[in-house]
Design a protein around this ligand. Sequence first.
Ligand SMILES: [Zn+2]
Length: 348
Amino acid sequence: MTRNLTPVWLVLAHWCFAAAALAGPADKRLDIYWIDVEGGAATLLVTPAGETVLIDSGNPQRRDADRVLKMVGDAGMKQIDHLIITHYHGDHFGGATLLASLIPIRNLYDNGQFDNMPDNPGKAYFDLKADAKHVVKPGDLLPLKQLEESSASQLSLRFLGGKQKFIDPPADAADNATVCAASRAKERDGSDNANSLVMVVTFGGWRFFDAGDLTWNQEARLVCPKNLVGQVDVYQVTHHGLDSSNNPLVLQTLEPRVAIMNNGMRKGCLPEVFANLKETKSLEAIYQVHKNLRDDGAANNVADDYIANKEPESACKGNYIKLSVAPDGKSYTVSIPTNGHERIFETR
Ligand SMILES: [Zn+2]
């Protein structure tokens, strides 16, 4: 009896599978998801040509790997084509080993093993299963597939730096003396944060900046004396909104319109960072993965509409923030599907 039904189920299964598989890339948009990994980082890109790029992998718990898997599946994808680990702290590399046992990882990009590593992710991480492993050098480009139509916007992900080495200033890099005059150093960060990979994603004229947990004094080197980054549309708030990062020199130079903070309920979203973000005149909107539930939350939160998760620990549903860039790169939509928020921004 079951055998007689099989062809029907097969047809249905094929149809469902095909529909799901098309959900991500078919619309020729670049989609980015800030997956809630509770104060860690896991930023998933689904490209117009149907590839996935995961920047950081959340914490080691099953919870985070499951959230990444669900997001990849919900986007209609089946593998991680490019996994980028910005640096060797557990809230960034922690989920990678487990993830690699659950879903194919084609390419891994990181700082490799180097002398005097301040934080060693350990053998299990360096042994994780991936088809190819790449040690990033400043200036490297991710080999991303492009849509074949000649009119399609070009997509690129370029590393500007890592291990405290940065690209040479581009020939047209602006001299940044006015902004840099306000430069002040902060206590040196001896951990691996300072070694974070720094990257810019470009789609047509649209640009997104992700510097992992790069710390204050290294951030200054990105924009002083010359601006190595250019301007961007979207700024992933560095280091979850902690004040050992987010040097205002960077904000004033990059002039982002939208900032997205992957903070936790009690991590990041610190008063100094919040004040600097609010003083950044170019910013039109700030988003938070979590509401800051600390005592300083009254002063240091955006409007509820712009926050993906407002509940305390036990009730957190792990909602994500989605950003979707139009095929021509000229506008983008930021949404929080679970609360109905959706806002369109023009590319700068
Ligand atoms: Zn972190």
